[in-house]
Design a protein around this ligand. Sequence first.
Ligand code: FMN
Length: 182
Amino acid sequence: MKALIVYGTRYGATRGVAERMAEWLNESNIDSTVINIKKDQWPDLSSYNGLIIGSGIKIGQWTKEMKNLLNTKKEEINTFSGPKVFFVCSGYAAIPEKYQEIKEEYCKKALEDIGVNVDNYEAFGGIMDVSKSSKQSWVNRQILRVAGKENPEFNPKGINDSRDWDKIEEFTQEFIQKLQLN
Ligand SMILES: Cc1cc2nc3c(=O)[nH]c(=O)nc-3n(C[C@H](O)[C@H](O)[C@H](O)COP(=O)(O)O)c2cc1C
């Protein structure tokens, strides 16, 4: 059994999720290949039984490489017969009042606009690092601080990693079950 996990990231949050997903898959004896769409070659899908696609969000958008990938490979993805799922890492997804709307906008609607079909999709929180050690530019940190005001949990001096690992594991385990039943 083999699964492909392909991700697009700007600041690393989505890579962390993709790599953790690969560990859960491996624990279930599913061999997984993790590729960063900005650097790695898109492989031949026919050698995989399942597909996970994930992107980080900036100003409402997936990474440009992810957008290009889904535009150019949509036929191949749509005709892929194994389970296929999609996720985003988004700062706003961690705000309970915004979560449902964000999930529809960044996953369902964005996929529909391109014409890509998946079996399941989910919006996870991301990392909004405004700490002293942040690698974000000064401008980005200001953007994050403004956006963070919408989240009562936001620490204006902290790393703000709002990835919910229980939720991510649940999503991954559901994918594993589908893969094993397929
Ligand atoms: C400049 C900037 C703009 C952002 N814009 C949004 C946004 O429009 N919506 C959102 O939900 N999150 C936004 N975020 C938060 C990111 O989604 C979050 O940092 C996520 O973890 C990014 O994923 P990545 O590290 O894999 O690129 C923004 C972050 C930055 C730095």
